[in-house]
Ligand binder design. Sequence first.
Ligand SMILES: [Mg+2]
Length: 405
Amino acid sequence: MAKITAVKCIRTRVNGTWGIVKILTDQPGLYGIGSASDHYHQDAVIQAIETMIGPRLIGRDADRIEDIWQSFYTSGYWRNGAITNTALGGIDMALWDIKGKEAGMPVYQLLGGACRSAVPCYAHAGGSTPEALAEAVQAYLDEGYPVVRCQLGGYGGGGFLPSNKTSRPENAWQSDKVFDDEAYLDAIPAMFEYLRSTLGFGPKLTHDVHEHLRPQSAVALSKRLEPYRLFFLEDVLPPEQIQWYRLIREQCTTPQAMGELFINPHEWMPLITERLIDYIRVRVSKVGGISPCRKIAALCETFGINTAWQEGGDNDPVNQMAAVHLDMASWSFGIQEENHFRQDEYDTFPGHAILKGGHIYPNDSPGLGIDIDEALAEQLLVEHEVKTPRYAAEDRRADGSVVRP
Ligand SMILES: [Mg+2]
């Protein structure tokens, strides 16, 4: 029986925004790693692990994953915060890694075994014009991706107007461009009109709104996109307005994906049990790791919803591997967001998942199958980048008010 002897965090990537938990045991060479990355609050997550959770784990049995998860879920009295969820998520993954190594099996075997041979992914295609976007989409289709996300540039792309073309107050705060719902409602259906006219209806396409619209505009966009038969429309509403999904369901059949900002079961429960969305998109680490996600996947199976675990560009290879193990063993899996890394980042994580031809392949090594080279992890860090604070984008409307997220 392995006892936990130490819990530490390894910070890596150029900007130090990847936090990898390492749990050591009293068994020679037996340890596990997990993802506790937070692009904006990495210091706070590491603090939670090293000063609060870690010390209380010393001496516990490493095989009691569920008991450790349940006891630490409420150990800070308040729960479901992004920081504590992420800390617990990293611990949970590391414990599953240890359990797999003890069993001599990959984690997906412990979750019930493979129910697919590999994990289909969707790629991120972007272009500043529909023509450039169509070329990017075609390139991903040629590469083998079964699904492609289609964006006119970055967050809110297609919805920005030059400030001098809008009605602004004379003391306007915004200097160059502003976000406008009506512009977005025109641009995105036109974008899909072009994509369908050039690529046909064969390719499976998605679009991510990044919660930029007002709720009534979200209903309108979902309806206007219905003729283009999306694979799904992502984050058309912010987490604060999820009740509006009922109105969207009454209006159209555009499939809906939601959840990458969710941290609380009360956010995803009604959307799943009332069948108000089609794909749940929580990030594995942000809801507390593999343990809660396997329960979400089971709930999804009951209600006919699919999983599409979030894997944005700020995610690390360990969180990706945790998602892949869930994907391999979950019948309710729908699609996996792709994520790829620099070669020196791949080199830092021996055993990382292999992304090839639009599919991700795990390996059959015991545990998560991924490790961290701590010397290379330290070499990746650039001090001034690590010390630079990071914030989410701050888009604004013509009157100066902030657009969510
Ligand atoms: Mg998204």
